[in-house]
Design a protein around this ligand. Structure first.
Ligand SMILES: Cc1ncc(COP(=O)(O)O)c(C=O)c1O
Length: 391
C-alpha cells in the first residue's frame, strides 16, 4: 500500500472523529456517555417536510441524477427565503448554488480559490473546516485575532501588508460556533470594505441564522450594499429545520465565486437526491415562524439550565443570544484536561476549546442539542464529578 498524499499528511486528525472513536470504545465497555460535544439537533424537522421527502421518493421518476446546479425549484425557494427574511435579491441561476451540506461547500471553496503560497484568513477560534480546506488546498493559514476582549469579533486591523497582499479568502461566521457571539451590520460593512479594498473573497458561514433567542434576529452579510461583489454566504437547512443528516444547504452571493465553486463541485459530486431538494423547498417555503420560535424556546430552556449549573462545575460563560452552544471558560484547570477527565470520569463528553483554533484554549464548548432529561443527567454528573475532584 503506498503512503498517503503529502496533502493528507498535512491534515491533523479531525478532533471529533478522534473523540468519536474514544466514545465507541467506552460504549463497547458498556459505559453510557452523554454527548454534549456535537452540534446536531436532537429534534425532528416539521412533519410536512418528512412527508414531502416520502412523497417525492415514491415517485419512480425521481431517482435519477438531478444536475450539478440542483433543482431550479430549490434555488428559487432559497431566493424567496433571502428576499423574505433579509430583503436580499438573489438570481437563482447565478447567485445560488445548492450544496451537499454547507461543510462540503466550505472545504470546496478553498480548493476553488486557493493555491500554494496564497493565504486563507481563518478566525483564531472557529469551525475547523475553514482551516482544513486551506490545508487540503496546500495554502497558508493566517489566524485572525478573535478574543474575549473584543467580544469574539474578528479584528482585521492589525493584519500586516504582506499578509493582506497574499490573502485571497477571509472567513467570518456569526452567530458564531463555538463562542455564541453575534455580529451586527456595522461589523459586516467593515468586513465587506476590508475585502473590497484588499481584493479578498469574503466567505460568511451563517448556519445559525435561525437559531436565535428572545428578540435577537441574525442578519445576512448580503444585506450590505456591494456585498455580492466580494462575498458568498453559506446557508444550511441542518440547524434551521433540524435537518443535519439530510445534508442540504446552499452557497449564495458572488456569481463569480460560485462559478469557481461549481467548477470544483461538478468534478466531485452530481447533485443531491431530488426528494431532498423537494423536501428542502417545503421547509423553506412552508415552515411557520411559530415552529422556529417554539423550537428555539426549547434551546433557551436548555441554555438556561446549563448557565445555572456552570458555577458548580468550575465554569463561567456569557449568555449566548444565538447558536446551539455554551462557550465556557474553565476556571482552575487546563481546559483540555477538564474535557478529557469529564469524558473519562463523569462520562459526559464536551468539546475542548483548542479544537476550534489557537485562541480556543482555556474554554470548553457544550451543546444544546441534547434531550432535556439527558441534559439534566449530564449536569448532575458533572456537578458531582467536579465536587469530587475539588474536595
Ligand atoms: C459554523 C458551522 N459551519 C458549518 C457547519 C456545517 O453544517 P452543515 O454541513 O450541516 O450544513 C457547521 C456544523 O456544525 C457549523 O457549526
Amino acid at each position: 500500500m503506498p503512503s498517503s498524499s503529502a496533502r493528507l499528511q498535512n491534515l491533523p486528525p479531525y478532533v471529533f472523529a478522534v473523540i468519536g472513536q474514544q466514545l465507541r470504545d467506552m460504549k463497547a465497555q458498556g459505559i453510557d456517555v452523554i454527548r454534549l460535544d456535537i452540534g446536531s439537533p436532537d429534534l425532528p424537522p416539521p412533519d410536512f417536510v418528512v412527508d414531502a421527502l416520502a412523497e417525492s421518493a415514491r415517485n419512480p421518476s425521481n431517482h435519477g441524477y438531478t444536475g450539478y446546479t440542483g433543482l431550479p425549484a430549490f434555488r428559487e425557494a432559497v431566493a424567496r427565503y433571502y428576499k423574505r427574511r433579509f430583503n436580499v435579491d438573489l438570481n437563482p441561476d447565478t447567485e445560488i448554488l445548492p450544496l451537499i451540506g454547507s461543510k462540503e461547500g466550505i472545504v470546496n471553496l478553498s480548493l476553488a480559490i486557493l493555491d500554494k503560497g496564497d493565504i486563507s484568513l481563518v478566525p483564531a477560534i472557529g469551525y475547523p473546516s475553514y482551516e482544513m480546506g486551506a490545508r487540503i488546498a496546500g495554502a497558508d493559514i493566517c489566524h485572525v485575532e478573535m478574543s474575549s476582549q473584543n467580544g469574539f469579533l474578528l479584528n482585521v486591523d492589525s493584519l500586516p501588508k504582506e499578509v493582506r497582499e497574499k490573502a485571497k479568502l477571509l472567513w467570518v461566521s456569526y452567530p458564531n460556533n463555538p463562542t455564541g457571539t453575534v455580529a451586527n451590520l456595522d461589523f459586516y460593512a467593515e468586513m465587506v470594505a476590508f475585502c473590497a479594498e484588499n481584493d479578498i473573497l469574503l466567505a460568511s458561514d451563517n448556519p445559525y441564522m435561525q437559531i436565535t433567542f428572545g428578540d435577537y434576529k441574525a442578519p445576512s452579510i448580503l444585506e450590505i450594499a456591494g456585498a455580492k461583489d466580494v462575498a458568498v454566504e453559506f446557508m444550511s437547512l441542518s440547524k434551521t429545520y433540524n435537518m443535519a443528516g439530510w445534508r442540504i444547504g446552499a452557497a449564495v452571493g458572488s456569481a463569480v465565486a460560485l462559478k469557481h465553486l461549481l467548477a470544483v463541485k461538478s468534478n466531485m459530486d452530481s447533485g443531491h437526491f431530488r426528494a431532498v431538494y423537494e423536501a428542502g423547498v417545503a421547509a423553506l417555503d412552508n415552515t411557520p415562524e411559530e415552529w422556529i420560535k417554539e423550537r428555539n424556546q426549547v434551546y433557551v430552556t436548555r441554555r438556561d439550565k446549563i448557565m445555572a449549573a456552570l458555577p458548580e462545575m468550575g465554569l463561567s460563560a456569557d449568555l449566548p443570544l444565538a447558536t446551539l452552544y455554551i462557550w465556557a471558560k474553565v476556571q482552575d484547570m487546563d481546559a483540555t484536561e477538564y474535557a478529557t477527565r469529564c469524558r473519562a470520569e463523569a462520562h459526559v463528553s464536551i468539546a475542548p476549546g483548542e479544537a476550534y483554533g489557537p485562541s480556543g484554549d482555556g474554554y470548553v464548548r457544550m451543546s444544546l442539542g441534547v434531550a432535556n432529561d439527558r441534559l439534566d443527567e449530564a449536569l448532575n454528573r458533572m456537578k458531582t464529578w467536579y465536587k469530587s475532584i475539588k474536595s
